[in-house]
Design a protein around this ligand. Structure first.
Ligand SMILES: O=C(O)CCC(=O)C(=O)O
Length: 295
């Protein structure tokens, strides 16, 4: 018995690897989140380099602050943490991957009007394979998202296609050469909707987004999570700091000491590439880019 999704939505997710649920989060929570973003922007004023809380755009200066990403925003904002644990976010996820859920990570990707950086095509699974593939990301759409302001784009059903090559020159660069992998940009689907909508994408679906040249911001919080019986595989980058820390990331339901193991494609996310840090830095070492970078 599902909590909120129809059987048609559950089947669509299984087949296509993504969903959009329009106007899922109430306006008062969205307003509170926007107020938190203003606080982060004030925090970035005066910063000269990225730190463990805020990742800066390459074009950032201390006087004209430009945030690319707020890292682990649920640890920096009660509003964002409370929403993460609410039924607005968790009910549809429980319908897709069961009642016991654990957090992988969170991030707030800003993609600000005029200069917000692209994220090259990749599968989250290439970074963090697990023992089973009940692993997904919920994206909270903070600004109305249309074709022009850098929507997240996905290649439908690629979560069923295996794991693609994310290496270049023998190192893990967290990005794919689309043509070399046999994919055509024209087949990608933008995940759009009004502010307060959420997207859900499977960890193995191929996704990315373009530079935001428009006059509209495109901010998304990603809450990435998995079934509690999915444990990280050692040749990936899923965080493992011991069982206490792992269990401290339970979002709902019960933890377990028995990983569920299902056959899943895996490629090691090593050796390290020459650029390290956030995905934007790691992907700088890739070969043929699909998206423009700001000059
Ligand atoms: O912000 C985006 O459009 C893409 C984000 C993403 O895929 C990531 O941060 O891993």
């Amino acid at each position: 018995m599902s909590e909120t999704l129809t059987q048609a939505q559950i089947d669509f997710y299984g087949q296509s690897g993504y969903l959009i649920l329009e106007r899922r989060v109430p306006d008062d929570i969205m307003d509170a989140i926007r107020a938190e973003i203003v606080r982060f922007e004030n925090q970035a004023r005066g910063m000269t380099v990225s730190d463990d809380k805020i990742d800066l755009e390459d074009s950032h200066t201390p006087d004209a602050p430009r945030i690319r990403r707020v890292k682990l925003p649920h640890t920096q904002s009660e509003v964002i943490a409370d929403l993460m644990r609410s039924d607005h976010i968790l009910a549809p996820v429980r319908d897709l991957i069961g009642p016991d859920l654990r957090l992988q990570t969170t991030k707030l990707n800003m993609k600000s009007a005029g200069y917000g950086a692209a994220v090259e095509w990749h599968q989250d699974w290439a970074f963090y394979p697990y023992t089973n593939d009940d692993v997904l990301a919920v994206g909270l759409i903070i600004d109305d998202m249309g074709p022009e302001n850098g929507p997240l784009m996905v290649f439908p059903s690629t979560h069923r296609a295996g794991v693609f090559n994310h290496h270049h020159d023998g190192a893990f660069v967290g990005a794919m050469d689309l043509a070399a992998e046999g994919l055509n940009m024209a087949d990608a689907v933008p995940l759009m909707g009004p502010a307060g909508s959420i997207s859900i994408h499977h960890a193995r679906i191929v996704h990315g987004s373009a530079l935001n040249r428009s006059t509209q911001d495109r901010r998304i919080i990603f809450y990435e999570m998995m079934a509690a019986d999915a444990f990280p595989i050692a040749c990936g980058r899923g965080k493992w700091e011991g069982i206490e820390e792992f269990d401290s990331r339970m979002l709902c339901g019960q933890p377990t000491l028995e990983p569920r193991i299902t056959p899943c494609p895996v490629r090691a996310a090593f050796p390290d590439g020459p650029t390290q840090g956030s995905i934007y830095e790691v992907q700088k070492a890739m070969g043929k880019r699909s998206f423009e970078v700001i000059s």
